[in-house]
Design a protein around this ligand. Structure first.
Ligand SMILES: [Zn+2]
Length: 104
């Protein structure tokens, strides 16, 4: 017969293979998150490569237009600029603001 304390300890103690599987799951989640973040950053860098010098960067939240959507999407970065004809242009940059345009 074990004491109550031992039983509590035993109930919290999970088998090692289970714990290892849990840790692996978290590691996979973390590395997926990191690679997604990295690819999002790369997208922002690519999208901001050919921006004109007079572009203004704005941070915006998006309404996706779905009636049943409760989420606020964003923020995303957009570049705005006017061409020679005074026409306003807008370009999606991405979720991240690349360091190369941050300091301009
Ligand atoms: Zn939405």
């Amino acid at each position: 017969m074990s004491s109550l304390g031992d039983d509590l300890f035993a109930s919290r103690k999970k088998p090692l293979p289970y714990l290892i599987a849990e840790i692996k799951k978290h590691q996979e989640k973390a590395s997926k998150f990191i690679s997604k973040t990295e690819s999002n950053k790369q997208t922002s860098i690519n999208n901001s490569k050919d921006l004109p010098n007079n572009a203004t960067i704005r941070r915006e939240y998006i309404d996706c237009g779905k009636l049943d959507c409760q989420w606020v999407h964003g923020p995303y970065y957009y570049a705005y600029w006017k061409d020679e004809d005074g026409k306003l242009h807008k370009k999606y940059i991405g979720k991240y603001l690349p360091a190369s345009i941050k300091n301009e």
